[in-house]
Design a protein around this ligand. Structure first.
Ligand SMILES: C[S@@+](CC[C@H](N)C(=O)[O-])C[C@H]1O[C@@H](n2cnc3c(N)ncnc32)[C@H](O)[C@@H]1O
Length: 227
């Protein structure tokens, strides 16, 4: 599989903000992999959240040696306001968020006036071709730059930068697509197995003559400042 790259440099944008930040949060740090690439630029007061239980311990093991505490928290996808963020008002002057859901109102509470929020998101309707090929595809149409911008503005932020990139994932063949889908179970129907979907997968194989398969890839990013 190969994928087109977005034209902005998120790590560079993070570094630019980190240069003047003292109290930093990385939301949904995963196993801390991306944050670890920035350790030389992080202030002493850096914390992370992680909400997917299998990753909480992974992140703690990875980040503890760097003095970064991992707090268990994730904004539920279906209702991002359902859980308050476990931080006091105005706790941070910079919040980073790569591919993680968030509550704009909770963010406005925990970011001090003048503080910044930088996020990159996966467009909620990317890979929509899977709906046609597999008969079903879970989409989150509200995850789009216009909606995120207006939600942030309504919650007390000014949006300083925003851009979207529509590109492609290209899979060498159906087998490569299946290898990928095993790693991203949220992209397939709940009952997905290769055997159960063999007819559809064979039809896709024949339609593409055993050659490459293209899925739409979407990313967008925003930089916002708390008023
Ligand atoms: C895509 S990750 C982003 C991690 C990190 N910010 C980064 O950019 O590398 C967003 C969230 O999804 C979680 N996650 C990863 N695999 C998952 C899975 N199979 N099911 C549910 N959540 C998952 C991660 O632990 C993390 O909390």
């Amino acid at each position: 599989m190969s994928e087109s790259a977005e034209p902005w440099d998120l790590a560079g944008e993070y570094r630019r903000e980190l240069a003047t930040a003292s109290h930093v949060l990385d939301m949904g740090t995963g196993g801390g992999e991306f944050l670890l690439t920035l350790t030389g630029d992080l202030p002493a007061d850096t914390v992370a959240t992680e909400g997917w239980p299998p990753n909480v311990e992974v992140a703690r093991r990875a980040l503890a040696p760097h003095g970064i505490e991992v707090v268990e928290y994730g904004a539920p996808d279906e209702d991002v306001d359902a859980l308050p963020m476990p931080f006091s008002d105005g706790r941070f002057d910079l919040v980073l968020n790569r591919h993680e859901s968030f509550s704009p109102t909770e963010l406005a509470r925990v970011i001090a006036p003048g503080g910044r929020f930088v996020t990159q998101q996966v467009g909620g309707d990317e890979a929509h071709e899977l709906a046609y090929w597999l008969g079903e595809h879970h989409e989150m149409p509200h995850v789009n730059p216009a909606r995120f911008r207006s939600d942030l503005e309504e919650s007390g932020f000014m949006v300083l930068d925003a851009a979207e990139h529509v590109g492609a994932y290209t899979f060498r063949d159906v087998a490569a697509l299946l290898a990928y889908l095993r790693l991203v179970p949220w992209e397939t129907p709940d009952d997905f197995t290769v055997d159960r979907y063999a007819d559809r997968l064979l039809a896709l194989h024949h339609q593409t003559e055993g050659g490459p398969i293209r899925l739409t890839r979407k990313r967008f990013w925003l930089r916002a400042q708390r008023r």
